[in-house]
Design a protein around this ligand. Structure first.
Ligand SMILES: [Ca+2]
Length: 185
């Protein structure tokens, strides 16, 4: 009995520590946002457009269920950043999903996914002049969403990771993937 009581108290303490850790993640520490979508740490950053956390083949992710999905965060410092997401489109034969990227209503890039249901990495640069210290709003804007039975939801894009980090290179970013990327002007 005493052992169970101690276990419960330790569990509550651990839960409390987790909550404190989560609350501190709303701001980018050292200007790095590393969101593992589908895990409990993503929630403080997510606004409109996201479905529930899911897991499939050991990958945690969330679907974008509207034509837009928002991520919001504060920054310590305004510097040029590099955005990278790992995502997979809702597969429709003969169609290629488009992902428009906007930072605080400024157009950043448009990615066209290959006609392929697998997860791939998409990257672009985000200039410091489009960022602000508080309440940045990153928006992913979709080309289509569709219901595929038996799932009752209309879905657009499954997102596994969203990473915003300092630009590592001074050269303009060029994509390595086989999709089209329009770099910001
Ligand atoms: Ca994930």
């Amino acid at each position: 009995m005493k052992f169970i009581f101690i276990m419960c108290i330790s569990g509550l303490f651990a839960f409390g520590v987790c909550l404190i850790a989560e609350q501190t993640t709303g701001r980018l520490q050292t200007n790095v946002l590393s969101l593992d979508m589908g895990t409990p740490m993503d929630e403080p950053f997510l606004g409109f457009g996201w479905s529930k956390a899911e897991i499939h083949s050991e990958r945690y992710f969330r679907w974008v269920k509207h034509l837009e999905a928002e991520v919001s965060f504060d920054m310590d410092e305004l510097i040029d950043m590099e955005l990278s997401i790992i995502a997979a489109p809702l597969y429709i034969k003969g169609r290629r999903q488009k992902i428009g990227v906007y930072m605080n209503n400024h157009f950043i890039a448009e990615w066209t996914c290959p006609e392929d249901p697998n997860f791939k990495q998409y990257q672009t640069n985000v200039p410091a002049r489009f960022c602000k210290k508080e309440k940045n709003c990153l928006i992913l804007r979709m080309g289509y969403r569709k219901q595929q039975k038996p799932d009752p939801r209309k879905l657009a894009l499954a997102v596994d990771k969203i990473v915003l980090d300092k630009v590592r290179s001074t050269k303009p970013y060029k994509t390595k993937q086989d999709h089209d990327v329009r770099i910001y002007p």
